[in-house]
Write a protein that binds this ligand. Structure first.
Ligand code: F6P
Length: 344
């Protein structure tokens, strides 16, 4: 078969591991040929691609980013976009498309398959918010990076008797804040699924200062709403999927905390460092397992389906199930956070 791959949306450590494994198994086991469209769906619309040979993917499973580059192009918003994709796939004699992406990218894969095109998905996002899968690759790397940053902030916060507010990614779901906050021993963990109770935050921080620890670490997800306010936007401009750029809640919350507690406060926004650099061993392995499954899905003509991790197995579900609703934290995770908080 002639198979095309693309990576869409925000990049994510482990994308290259998926590409590597799909191409390697596709060529060695099935005798497939591969191309990679560049810059996500944009590359399909522009018929811009590179050949993906064994040489081209050699060793990339160890690397971060994506050799195919990425964009947030929304084919559904482009007049005649779906027909253009059909034309480009026919022109290049493509028998199947493997799209690596989060819910936005997969909403395009779904629309294409509903229009009779052969596509499967692989769930990508550091945010870990795809429904129906126990983990997306990239999440473990992001959590490790955020945890290391929090570890480092303990000592400087302690030296200066300060509160440090750490902003992490997580637009709709607080998976990174939850995991890195717990692993990094944060005193306050704030996730978008729950309203911020500022009085409770103040009590938790005061508890530290009243009990011999003269600093505090607060982890806040970018998607949280300020108490009596909305989300904090880095830019009001919307991307082609209708999302505004979130950024800055850490700083705004830090100012509020300083005002309410009188403790000197600083904020750090970890931003895109969470998506950069090499994937962890876990994400390299998970990414490769997804890639191996994705090429099998292609040969089984499982159009409109997406690879998922269930327990220790890689299997697949419909893209429709995966992209709606967003997978969010629930009571079990809130309990972990509250059971580890100071008793105030
Ligand atoms: O990949 C998802 C995500 O990491 C979100 O948490 C974040 O809001 C967004 O990407 C930011 O992406 P960019 O600035 O690259 O558009």
């Amino acid at each position: 078969m002639r198979v095309a791959l693309l990576t869409g949306g925000g990049d994510c450590p482990g994308l290259n591991a998926v590409i590597y494994a799909a191409v390697k198994k596709g060529i060695n086991k099935y005798g497939d040929e591969f191309i990679g469209f560049l810059n996500g769906w944009k590359g399909v619309l522009e018929n811009n691609f590179i050949p993906l040979t064994l040489d081209a993917v050699d060793g990339i499973q160890l690397t971060g980013g994506t050799i195919l580059h990425s964009s947030r192009t929304n084919v559904k918003k482009v007049p005649g976009g779906i027909e253009k994709v059909r034309e480009v796939l026919q022109l290049n004699k493509i028998d199947a498309l493997i799209a690596l992406g989060g819910d936005d990218t997969q909403s395009v894969t779904l629309a294409l398959t509903e229009n009779g095109l052969p596509g499967v998905g692989v769930p990508k996002t550091i945010d870990n918010d795809i429904n129906g899968t126990d983990a997306t690759f990239g999440y473990d790397t992001a959590v490790s990076i955020a945890t290391e940053a929090i570890d480092r902030l303990h000592t400087t916060a302690d030296s200066h008797n300060r509160v440090m507010v750490v902003e992490v990614m997580g637009r709709d779901a607080g998976w990174i804040a939850y995991a890195a906050g717990v692993a990094g021993g944060a005193h306050v963990i704030l996730v978008p699924e729950k309203e911020i109770d500022i009085d409770h935050v103040v009590k938790l921080l005061k508890y530290n200062y009243d009990h011999g620890k003269h600093y505090g670490i607060v982890v806040v997800a970018e998607g949280c709403h300020l108490p009596e306010g909305g989300q904090v936007l880095g830019s009001a401009e919307l991307d082609s999927f209708g999302h505004a750029r979130l950024s800055g809640i850490g700083e705004s919350l830090g100012e509020l905390i300083e005002e309410k507690t009188g403790f000197e406060t600083r904020s750090v926004n970890l931003g895109h460092t969470q998506r950069g650099g090499v994937p962890t061993a876990y994400d390299r392995l998970l990414g490769q397992r997804y890639g191996l499954h994705a090429i099998d899905m292609v040969h089984e003509k499982k159009w409109g389906r997406i690879a998922v991790l269930k327990g220790t197995d890689i299997t697949d579900i419909t893209i429709k199930e995966a992209i709606s609703p967003t997978r969010r934290l629930d009571q079990r995770f809130y309990d972990v956070i509250s059971d580890l908080e100071a008793k105030v």
